[in-house]
Design a protein around this ligand. Sequence first.
Ligand code: PLP
Length: 281
Amino acid sequence: SVAYFNGRFVDSRDPVVPIDERGHQFGDGVYEVIRIYNNKPFMLEEHLDRLYMSAEAIALPFREARESFKAVIFELISRSNLTDLDVYVQITRGMAARNHLFPDCPVSISMTAKPFRSISAELREKGAKTILHPDERWTNCYIKSLNLLPNILAKQKAHEQGCLEAILHRDGKITEGTSSNVFVVKGGRVQTTPLSRHILAGITRMAVQRVAAELGVDFQEKYVDLQELYEADELFITSTTSEIMPVVQVDGKTIGIGEPGPVTRLLQKHYKKRTEGVSGE
Ligand code: PLP
């Protein structure tokens, strides 16, 4: 599949990144995953806002003008020959002999274009299982950093227990999933963790908030504790690639009636319309 590295379009299997690259050696960079539905990037401006913000937050001198950067993304999409795809974008502090201190070199920009990572229709229909896991990450999780070790370890643990995702908690409250935001539905009201340094401001979370407002569904930012999680009527997680995924089990305990609930279904339906360009975005 097609990829991009520092001004060149390449094949994603081509060996283009040298050993002395800070993304490779330190995870010293930031990234985005953007989904393209029927040739149209979904919430591209929001993803770019977050990318520039993340870069700034780690003092990464990413000065690429937004319009020329977008032109590269569009060229990648066009070269992929795909209409429905996921674009991965990564900016690192560049290529320099390994040394913790910031190097004096240009940043590295890499991208890949891949077909949609398939979402199991069965999971979407029946709902996913999850585990709880302590949030062992740093306190700057609002930055979409390449450093994902705690996320990887927790998600692998979930997988080994036959689950899709690990829901993370800190000080007795839910923060988010390892690669998703977490939502509880209680008494018809949708609740999710307030934005802070402890979670990523998910773009799908933002879309859910907009959809809820459109539908007149009550949306509340609230710290949810573990008891409230277990007692939820409905539970779902969101991300660019999993969209709105119903959750029916946490640590082996059934949530609600054990199937995706009506509020989750309603939000899913309207989110899908947005991705199809029918309403909103
Ligand atoms: N939280 C974390 C830690 C993530 O890694 C992700 C996405 O991968 C999300 C939340 C969801 O963000 P988005 O909806 O922008 O994909």
